[in-house]
Write a protein that binds this ligand. Structure first.
Ligand code: NAD
Length: 471
């Protein structure tokens, strides 16, 4: 059933709830809330059979308070102006929350990717990029896209190549888009980053004994039963890291079907199985669910919606059994459902915080592209040599030798992967406690979304104030 409130309005309702706790002038709050610019394009694409089709695409830049603006590109039939504006607004608040110095943006192309060949998708992506260039909606210092629903490394490579071709001789063209493959100037860990951040965020929430006691749960991730809706870039990685971190994944769903096993599902095997069979249906030792949406209502401790917006609504919220909802997708819970969940004392870890791992790693990729050097390249060997010297000195003084494996572990110089993973973990932990502290000041552990919005609004509004735009 369709939600009663359009998506951008839903985001703004959350904004308004939080804004009540500030005393910024209403005009300034309006400026923070509004979508600054939006571009709608309609362009022709030649199908493989020679037919011409008109494709609709959008790019919304929600806030220019910091540049470039940043946000993914989505390919889906549901894409429209309202959706990209809502998603762009979430990007502004997300970036502010985790101190990533960008304004928010989002783009989308209204297509069902399953109905187009690879060649057709390439033509669509390159033409969409060309339109963005023509309208000045892309560039390392202007607006930097990334992957989202229906797009991935392949599309980001086409975008980077088209932009570079149209800007001959420019030095920083590869910083025009993030989420590229590592071999194409991407960064280690970007593919898994959003799911990895989801894992760090949920783990942190579960590690607070006081909050788990309130929910009637044991502290820690160990043994907690998890269900995941959406088994793409975000859902697969979230499920993988949560299960590696000790949780038991009991339910999985993608658009083609859903499966359940109360004793746990092997995430890696399910991923392989879906790859080979095109669907999760009939995965060995699992029960098929009659509808993918039923995965939301399974008996579990943690529910991770990782597909699309408007999944938990006033129609199904009261049937949710999970005590914790970790919003990996953007906008999975409508404000009406949020109220029902609050009354049921369900802890909702909000999207605006929980899926910020993607943009955090995108920030690092952008920095890497601008500096033209991989993280760790200058210091890794130097660090390793210093540590070896230190161990040698300890061995000389003590007269004992460290075992080979111990030496390896203690002296290993940090790689790019190590550095960005540690930085992501630190970002997610720091932001969680900032939000939790604010939520408690607002009256409880169930106000995480309002707290997250409040922190973001304060940061963006203060930036405007300090910039002197509102003297
Ligand atoms: P994706 O295209 O890689 O995967 C989407 C998955 O959702 C697919 O497995 C699809 O089958 C499934 N799905 C779609 N409709 C469904 C339904 N009704 N029931 C069950 N499964 C369904 O997309 P993604 O990149 O993983 O993005 C998922 C969500 O995460 C989106 O809301 C996106 O905005 C958000 N997000 C993505 C990133 C990123 O880095 N990719 C970053 C932040 C937020």
């Amino acid at each position: 059933m369709a939600p009663t409130v359009p998506f951008f309005q839903q985001v703004n309702l959350n904004f308004d709830t939080a804004a009540r706790y500030t005393d910024f002038p209403s005009g300034l709050l309006d400026q923070v809330k509004m979508c600054n610019t939006i571009c709608h394009m309609a362009f022709p694409v030649k199908r493989d059979d020679g037919a011409i089709e008109v494709i609709h695409g959008w790019r919304a830049e929600h806030s220019h308070h910091k540049l470039p603006t940043k946000g993914g590109i989505r390919y889906s039939t549901l894409v429209d102006e309202d959706e990209v504006m809502a998603l762009a607004a979430l990007m502004t608040y997300k970036c502010a929350l985790v101190d990533v110095p960008f304004g928010g943006a989002k783009g989308g192309v209204q297509i069902d990717i399953r109905k187009y060949s690879t060649d057709e998708l390439e033509r669509i992506t390159r033409r969409y990029t060309y339109e963005l260039v023509r309208k000045n909606f892309i560039g390392p210092g202007i607006d930097v896209p990334a992957p989202d629903y229906g797009t991935g490394e392949r599309e980001m490579t086409w975008i980077a190549d088209t932009y570079t071709t149209l800007n001959p001789g420019a030095l920083d063209t590869l910083a025009c888009v993030t989420g590229k493959p590592v071999e194409q100037s991407g960064i280690h860990g970007r593919r898994a980053a959003t799911g990895r951040g989801v894992y760090f965020g949920i783990r942190e929430a579960c590690n607070v004994p006081e909050d788990m006691k309130t929910l009637g749960l044991e502290p820690g991730l160990d043994g907690k039963r998890v269900t995941v809706q959406g088994f793409g870039q975000v859902g697969y990685h979230a499920a993988k890291f949560l299960s590696e971190g000790g949780a038991v994944v009991v339910g999985l769903a993608d658009i083609g079907g859903a499966i359940y096993n109360s004793n746990g599902l092997d995430v890696e095997e399910a991923f392989q199985y879906r790859g080979e069979n095109g669907s999760l249906f009939n995965f060995p030792d699992a029960t098929n669910l009659s509808k993918p949406a039923h995965v939301l209502e399974l008996d579990c401790d943690i529910l991770v919606p990782a597909a699309l917006e408007n999944q938990i609504t006033r129609h199904n919220a009261s049937r949710i059994k999970a005590k914790i909802i970790g919003e990996a997708a953007n906008g999975p819970t409508t404000p009406e459902a949020d109220d029902i969940l609050k009354a049921q004392r369900v802890m909702v870890i909000p999207d605006v915080y929980l899926n910020s791992g993607g943009v955090t790693l995108s920030y690092f990729e952008w920095l890497k592209n601008l500096s033209h050097v991989r993280f760790g390249r200058l210091e890794s060997r130097f660090d390793e040599n210093m540590r070896r010297n230190l161990l040698k000195a300890v061995e000389n003084v003590s007269g004992k030798r460290f075992p080979e494996e111990e030496q390896e572990r203690l002296t290993h110089g940090a790689t790019e992967e190590d550095l960005v993973d540690a930085a992501l973990e630190d970002t997610m932990i720091t932001a969680y406690h900032e939000i939790r502290t604010e939520a408690r000041a607002l009256g409880g552990e169930f106000h995480l979304r309002t707290a997250a919005f409040l922190i973001a609004i304060n940061k963006v509004a203060q930036f405007y104030m300090q910039a002197g735009i509102f003297p």
